[in-house]
Design a protein around this ligand. Sequence first.
Ligand SMILES: *[C@@H]1O[C@H](CO)[C@@H](O)[C@H](O)[C@H]1NC(C)=O
Length: 248
Amino acid sequence: MLSQLAAVVLGLAAVVAAAPAQEVTSSLSPRAFNCNNPVTGLNKGDCEYLSRIGFAGMGSNPTNSDSRIWIGNNGPNIFTFTNRASVDIVLVLWDSSNGYASSFVTAHAPKLTYSIPRGSSINVSLANGVTGAYSAIYDRTTVISPNGQVFNTWGEFTTGNHATIDISRLINMGGNSFSARVSTGCVADNSRCAYICKWGKNTCWESGTYDLIGCIDQKNNNAWYGANPEGGCAGWDSGSGRISAEFY
Ligand SMILES: *[C@@H]1O[C@H](CO)[C@@H](O)[C@H](O)[C@H]1NC(C)=O
Protein backbone atom coordinates (compact mmCIF):
# COMPACT_ATOMS: atom_id res chain seq x y z
CA MET A 1 0.00 0.00 0.00
CA LEU A 2 2.68 2.45 1.01
CA SER A 3 4.69 1.50 -2.02
CA GLN A 4 1.84 2.16 -4.40
CA LEU A 5 1.14 5.58 -2.97
CA ALA A 6 4.77 6.48 -2.96
CA ALA A 7 5.05 5.54 -6.59
CA VAL A 8 2.30 8.04 -7.30
CA VAL A 9 4.06 10.74 -5.35
CA LEU A 10 7.41 10.07 -6.90
CA GLY A 11 5.77 9.72 -10.27
CA LEU A 12 4.99 13.39 -10.32
CA ALA A 13 8.67 14.13 -10.46
CA ALA A 14 10.10 11.04 -11.99
CA VAL A 15 7.61 9.98 -14.62
CA VAL A 16 6.34 13.29 -15.89
CA ALA A 17 9.83 14.30 -16.82
CA ALA A 18 9.79 11.45 -19.32
CA ALA A 19 6.61 12.58 -21.07
CA PRO A 20 6.13 11.71 -24.73
CA ALA A 21 7.82 14.00 -27.24
CA GLN A 22 4.47 15.22 -28.48
CA GLU A 23 3.51 16.66 -25.12
CA VAL A 24 6.88 18.32 -24.81
CA THR A 25 6.63 19.88 -28.26
CA SER A 26 3.16 21.28 -27.70
CA SER A 27 4.13 22.64 -24.31
CA LEU A 28 6.93 24.66 -25.84
CA SER A 29 4.76 27.19 -27.65
CA PRO A 30 4.15 30.04 -25.21
CA ARG A 31 0.59 31.31 -25.06
CA ALA A 32 0.57 34.60 -23.22
CA PHE A 33 -2.50 35.17 -21.10
CA ASN A 34 -4.05 38.44 -20.04
CA CYS A 35 -3.05 39.94 -16.69
CA ASN A 36 -5.35 42.97 -16.59
CA ASN A 37 -7.33 41.27 -13.85
CA PRO A 38 -5.16 38.74 -11.98
CA VAL A 39 -6.81 36.26 -9.65
CA THR A 40 -6.89 37.27 -5.96
CA GLY A 41 -3.54 36.53 -4.34
CA LEU A 42 -1.45 36.97 -7.50
CA ASN A 43 -0.05 40.43 -8.12
CA LYS A 44 0.00 41.89 -11.60
CA GLY A 45 3.77 41.85 -12.04
CA ASP A 46 3.97 38.20 -11.01
CA CYS A 47 1.09 37.36 -13.34
CA GLU A 48 2.89 39.05 -16.24
CA TYR A 49 6.07 37.11 -15.48
CA LEU A 50 4.23 33.75 -15.45
CA SER A 51 2.52 34.66 -18.70
CA ARG A 52 5.80 35.70 -20.32
CA ILE A 53 7.66 32.50 -19.43
CA GLY A 54 4.90 30.35 -20.87
CA PHE A 55 2.51 29.27 -18.13
CA ALA A 56 -0.75 28.01 -19.66
CA GLY A 57 -2.65 30.20 -17.22
CA MET A 58 -2.74 31.47 -13.66
CA GLY A 59 -4.13 29.33 -10.86
CA SER A 60 -7.75 29.66 -9.79
CA ASN A 61 -6.68 30.26 -6.14
CA PRO A 62 -10.03 29.05 -4.78
CA THR A 63 -11.10 30.02 -1.27
CA ASN A 64 -14.13 27.75 -1.21
CA SER A 65 -13.93 24.52 0.77
CA ASP A 66 -15.85 22.76 -2.02
CA SER A 67 -12.54 22.78 -3.85
CA ARG A 68 -10.15 19.94 -3.09
CA ILE A 69 -7.40 22.53 -2.59
CA TRP A 70 -8.14 26.05 -1.34
CA ILE A 71 -6.72 29.10 0.39
CA GLY A 72 -7.77 29.01 4.04
CA ASN A 73 -7.23 27.14 7.26
CA ASN A 74 -10.50 25.27 7.63
CA GLY A 75 -9.57 22.02 5.87
CA PRO A 76 -8.65 18.57 7.17
CA ASN A 77 -5.04 19.07 6.04
CA ILE A 78 -3.31 22.43 6.35
CA PHE A 79 -0.04 23.51 4.79
CA THR A 80 1.42 26.80 5.95
CA PHE A 81 3.69 28.13 3.20
CA THR A 82 6.20 30.68 4.50
CA ASN A 83 8.61 32.74 2.46
CA ARG A 84 11.87 32.91 4.44
CA ALA A 85 13.92 33.87 1.39
CA SER A 86 15.32 37.36 0.90
CA VAL A 87 13.17 37.93 -2.20
CA ASP A 88 9.48 37.77 -3.07
CA ILE A 89 8.20 34.48 -4.47
CA VAL A 90 5.19 32.97 -6.19
CA LEU A 91 3.91 29.66 -4.84
CA VAL A 92 2.94 27.34 -7.70
CA LEU A 93 0.91 24.27 -6.68
CA TRP A 94 -0.72 21.64 -8.88
CA ASP A 95 -2.65 18.44 -8.24
CA SER A 96 -2.82 15.30 -10.33
CA SER A 97 -6.16 16.06 -12.01
CA ASN A 98 -4.49 15.81 -15.41
CA GLY A 99 -2.50 12.74 -14.43
CA TYR A 100 1.23 12.87 -14.93
CA ALA A 101 0.81 15.82 -17.29
CA SER A 102 -0.36 18.05 -14.43
CA SER A 103 3.14 19.26 -13.61
CA PHE A 104 3.62 20.65 -17.13
CA VAL A 105 2.57 24.19 -16.31
CA THR A 106 2.98 25.30 -19.92
CA ALA A 107 0.26 22.82 -20.89
CA HIS A 108 -2.00 22.96 -17.82
CA ALA A 109 -2.58 25.94 -15.52
CA PRO A 110 -1.68 24.98 -11.94
CA LYS A 111 -4.27 25.08 -9.16
CA LEU A 112 -2.57 27.88 -7.21
CA THR A 113 -0.28 30.72 -8.26
CA TYR A 114 0.01 32.90 -5.17
CA SER A 115 2.37 35.82 -4.54
CA ILE A 116 4.09 35.51 -1.15
CA PRO A 117 6.21 38.56 -0.26
CA ARG A 118 9.36 37.92 1.76
CA GLY A 119 8.48 37.27 5.41
CA SER A 120 4.84 36.40 4.68
CA SER A 121 2.91 33.17 4.77
CA ILE A 122 -0.37 31.69 3.57
CA ASN A 123 -2.41 28.71 4.70
CA VAL A 124 -3.59 26.20 2.13
CA SER A 125 -6.22 23.57 2.95
CA LEU A 126 -6.39 20.20 1.23
CA ALA A 127 -9.01 17.47 1.22
CA ASN A 128 -7.91 13.92 1.96
CA GLY A 129 -6.87 11.84 -1.03
CA VAL A 130 -5.15 14.62 -2.96
CA THR A 131 -1.85 13.98 -4.72
CA GLY A 132 0.07 16.97 -5.93
CA ALA A 133 3.25 18.98 -5.82
CA TYR A 134 4.45 22.56 -5.47
CA SER A 135 7.35 24.75 -6.36
CA ALA A 136 8.12 28.46 -6.31
CA ILE A 137 9.16 31.25 -8.63
CA TYR A 138 11.84 33.37 -6.93
CA ASP A 139 12.14 37.08 -7.64
CA ARG A 140 10.68 36.69 -11.15
CA THR A 141 13.81 34.85 -12.24
CA THR A 142 13.00 31.13 -11.88
CA VAL A 143 12.47 29.65 -15.34
CA ILE A 144 10.57 26.81 -16.97
CA SER A 145 12.51 23.67 -17.95
CA PRO A 146 12.75 22.69 -21.62
CA ASN A 147 9.99 20.15 -20.88
CA GLY A 148 7.62 22.79 -19.51
CA GLN A 149 7.99 22.27 -15.77
CA VAL A 150 8.99 24.72 -13.04
CA PHE A 151 12.80 24.52 -13.04
CA ASN A 152 13.33 24.53 -9.28
CA THR A 153 13.08 22.31 -6.22
CA TRP A 154 9.67 20.67 -5.69
CA GLY A 155 7.67 19.44 -2.71
CA GLU A 156 5.51 16.38 -3.47
CA PHE A 157 2.65 15.13 -1.35
CA THR A 158 -0.27 12.77 -0.96
CA THR A 159 -2.92 13.50 1.69
CA GLY A 160 -5.30 11.07 3.38
CA ASN A 161 -4.42 7.50 4.29
CA HIS A 162 -0.66 7.06 4.32
CA ALA A 163 -0.07 10.77 3.81
CA THR A 164 3.48 11.44 2.65
CA ILE A 165 5.54 14.49 1.76
CA ASP A 166 9.02 14.66 0.24
CA ILE A 167 11.33 17.12 -1.43
CA SER A 168 12.33 16.38 -5.00
CA ARG A 169 15.42 17.88 -6.59
CA LEU A 170 15.21 15.73 -9.72
CA ILE A 171 14.11 18.56 -12.00
CA ASN A 172 16.90 20.91 -10.95
CA MET A 173 19.56 19.88 -8.44
CA GLY A 174 20.61 23.53 -8.36
CA GLY A 175 17.23 24.77 -7.14
CA ASN A 176 16.39 26.77 -4.04
CA SER A 177 16.25 25.28 -0.52
CA PHE A 178 12.81 24.12 0.61
CA SER A 179 11.74 22.42 3.80
CA ALA A 180 8.52 20.69 4.78
CA ARG A 181 8.17 19.98 8.49
CA VAL A 182 5.44 17.67 9.76
CA SER A 183 4.10 18.76 13.17
CA THR A 184 4.49 15.21 14.48
CA GLY A 185 8.20 15.19 13.83
CA CYS A 186 9.67 14.53 10.39
CA VAL A 187 11.46 17.01 8.17
CA ALA A 188 11.94 16.87 4.42
CA ASP A 189 14.38 19.40 3.00
CA ASN A 190 17.16 19.49 0.42
CA SER A 191 19.12 16.82 2.32
CA ARG A 192 16.44 14.94 4.29
CA CYS A 193 13.73 12.81 2.66
CA ALA A 194 15.00 14.39 -0.57
CA TYR A 195 15.20 12.84 -4.01
CA ILE A 196 18.53 13.65 -5.61
CA CYS A 197 20.20 12.74 -8.92
CA LYS A 198 23.19 10.44 -8.86
CA TRP A 199 26.52 11.00 -10.57
CA GLY A 200 26.40 14.78 -10.45
CA LYS A 201 23.58 15.04 -12.96
CA ASN A 202 21.41 18.15 -12.64
CA THR A 203 18.19 16.58 -13.96
CA CYS A 204 17.16 12.92 -13.90
CA TRP A 205 14.10 10.71 -13.92
CA GLU A 206 14.95 7.18 -15.05
CA SER A 207 14.84 4.38 -12.52
CA GLY A 208 18.28 3.85 -11.03
CA THR A 209 19.47 7.41 -11.68
CA TYR A 210 18.24 8.90 -8.40
CA ASP A 211 18.46 8.34 -4.64
CA LEU A 212 16.28 9.22 -1.68
CA ILE A 213 18.54 10.60 1.03
CA GLY A 214 18.09 11.45 4.70
CA CYS A 215 15.00 9.34 5.33
CA ILE A 216 16.65 6.24 6.80
CA ASP A 217 18.25 8.37 9.53
CA GLN A 218 14.88 9.70 10.65
CA LYS A 219 13.36 6.28 11.27
CA ASN A 220 11.83 7.12 14.65
CA ASN A 221 10.34 10.28 13.32
CA ASN A 222 7.68 8.98 10.97
CA ALA A 223 10.04 9.02 8.01
CA TRP A 224 10.00 5.93 5.87
CA TYR A 225 12.21 4.55 3.16
CA GLY A 226 11.57 1.64 0.81
CA ALA A 227 13.04 -0.06 -2.22
CA ASN A 228 13.54 1.61 -5.64
CA PRO A 229 13.89 4.00 -3.57
CA GLU A 230 10.70 5.55 -2.32
CA GLY A 231 9.51 7.20 0.86
CA GLY A 232 9.20 10.51 2.64
CA CYS A 233 7.71 12.06 5.73
CA ALA A 234 4.58 10.40 7.12
CA GLY A 235 2.86 11.00 10.46
CA TRP A 236 -0.01 13.12 9.17
CA ASP A 237 -2.57 10.59 7.97
CA SER A 238 -5.98 12.10 7.29
CA GLY A 239 -5.19 15.45 8.83
CA SER A 240 -3.46 14.18 11.98
CA GLY A 241 -0.57 16.60 11.48
CA ARG A 242 0.11 20.00 9.95
CA ILE A 243 2.78 20.87 7.41
CA SER A 244 5.07 23.88 7.71
CA ALA A 245 6.44 24.39 4.22
CA GLU A 246 9.21 26.95 4.05
CA PHE A 247 11.13 28.53 1.19
CA TYR A 248 14.69 29.74 1.74
C1 LIG B 1 -2.42 30.15 9.40
O1 LIG B 1 -3.00 29.32 10.40
C2 LIG B 1 -2.43 29.52 11.68
C3 LIG B 1 -3.02 28.48 12.63
O2 LIG B 1 -4.40 28.41 12.52
C4 LIG B 1 -2.69 30.95 12.14
O3 LIG B 1 -2.10 31.16 13.40
C5 LIG B 1 -2.11 31.91 11.12
O4 LIG B 1 -2.45 33.23 11.49
C6 LIG B 1 -2.63 31.61 9.74
N1 LIG B 1 -1.94 32.45 8.78
C7 LIG B 1 -2.58 33.10 7.83
C8 LIG B 1 -1.72 33.92 6.93
O5 LIG B 1 -3.78 33.03 7.67
